[in-house]
Design a protein around this ligand. Structure first.
Ligand code: SAM
Length: 392
């Protein structure tokens, strides 16, 4: 089948990091492929990813271009485990090939990393090109549930071996990962859904790998909290700050205490919740965080996705209005508290206060001004304090 170049291939290569040797080699590979295309020959069979560049600067003959493309693609994964590619590279006989071979050597020798790979939170298509390439190239995929992972891997035709790493065996499994990495294997880490280590296993394994002096490389992608935030329209100033809380405690007392502790924060609060607890959690949020709004983001990226923004006081009624609304997976975002309205001060009381403040200490001036004007003492005191704190 004749090869159909897709524009922007060089940009795709650039996604792999700016100062990375692998990226430089990948770009060279991309250019080589372009040259290869220019010669009008067939593409590598079954390629799903096209790294074609718009402008070829490196001259290769057809065979060398193909080799360079293979190596470039191997390096795009960053794992540089493909020794076969390195040998193919050595087969190249011109100057550019030698330069690239050196880059390959450098990457092969320097790269030993755990790749932390985000996977979909529902829609299987929500996975990056780079994630697929790493999962395909890896020697081992550490995953929360091997059957669940196999479903994802099979969907993308990936045959890589899996190793269970979940909350009950994370420390032991981490040691196996370190042993595999020490043996020169390329290891990827995924969880059941979304980003590992975010309300999911992975953080302890990552910490152990880092402590062993091994590089950890994140491959960003799906995350339920960020997906919900992106569709929530949090445009108030205080909502632009958000605190990711994750799951609240399951026990009523602990949950209420946690919410009470969060109440004064001038930030939106982001929670994960399970369907069987969503109603009681929302009831507690409504009771303890009055006057706020809630965004209920349910079944994100799935068939019955729903994103509803409403006053928190109406949320329980909304959830109970239709039994389906309590089904599925939930992100709950509670808006930040509204800033306290500025107390207005009667102009006559303000004048009295200003005169007294020139002669008396702040507290005494506020007290006397309240007696004279009849305005509330606290308001006068706050006003006086604000005046004192103003820059001269
Ligand atoms: N690591 C995942 C991430 O990056 O988002 C989170 C895993 S945590 C064990 C699972 C919780 O995330 C669910 O109970 C739900 O609160 C939230 N979640 C996951 N997928 C979701 C989706 N498609 N829609 C809404 N919430 C989701």
């Amino acid at each position: 089948m004749p090869h159909q170049p897709v524009p922007g291939g060089e940009n795709q290569a650039a996604l792999f990091g700016d100062r990375d040797a692998g990226r430089r080699a990948a770009v060279a590979g991309v250019r080589a492929q372009t040259n290869f295309n220019k010669h009008g020959h067939v593409a590598v069979a079954a390629d799903q990813i096209d790294f074609t560049a718009a402008h070829a600067k490196v001259a290769f003959d057809d065979v060398q271009a193909l080799r360079a493309q293979v190596v470039g693609r191997a390096l795009l994964t960053g794992c540089a485990c493909d020794l076969a590619a390195r040998h193919r590279m050595r087969g190249m006989n011109d100057e550019s090939g030698t330069v690239m071979a050196k880059v390959v050597e450098a990457v092969v020798e320097n790269e030993r990393a755990l790749y932390v790979v985000a996977t979909p939170i529902g829609n299987l298509a929500d996975i990056t090109l780079r994630a697929l390439e790493i999962l395909r190239r890896a020697d081992l995929v550490a995953c929360e549930d091997t059957r669940h992972a196999r479903h994802l891997l099979d969907h993308h035709g990936i045959r890589t071996a899996t190793l269970a790493l979940h909350q009950h065996n994370e420390n032991e499994a981490a040691q196996k990962l370190i042993a595999a990495l020490d043996a020169g294997k390329c290891v990827a880490l995924i969880s059941d859904a979304g980003t590992p280590g975010v309300s999911d296993p992975g953080a302890r394994a990552v910490a152990a790998v880092r402590a062993a002096g091994i590089r950890v490389v994140p491959l960003p992608g799906a995350n339920a909290a960020i997906a919900a935030i992106s569709a929530a329209g949090l445009c108030e100033v205080d909502d632009q700050r958000f605190l990711f809380v994750g799951f609240l405690p399951a026990k009523v007392g602990a949950r209420r205490a946690a919410i009470t502790e969060l109440a004064p924060l001038a930030a939106a609060l982001v929670f994960y919740e399970a369907p069987h607890r969503v109603l009681e959690t929302v009831a507690d949020l409504a009771a303890l965080l009055p006057g706020r709004e809630i965004i209920i983001a349910r079944e994100l990226t799935k068939l019955f996705e729903q994103i509803e923004r409403l006053p928190l006081s109406d949320a329980c009624a909304w959830l109970t209005a239709d039994a389906n609304r309590q089904r599925g997976e939930f992100v709950l975002i509670v808006s930040a508290p509204l800033p306290a309205p500025e107390a207005t001060l009667d102009p006559a009381a303000e004048r009295v206060l200003n005169i007294l403040l020139a002669e008396l200490p702040l507290k005494q001036a506020a007290k006397l001004a309240a007696t004279i004007s009849g305005a509330p003492k606290n308001t006068l005191y706050a006003h006086a304090l604000a005046l004192k704190q103003q820059p001269l």
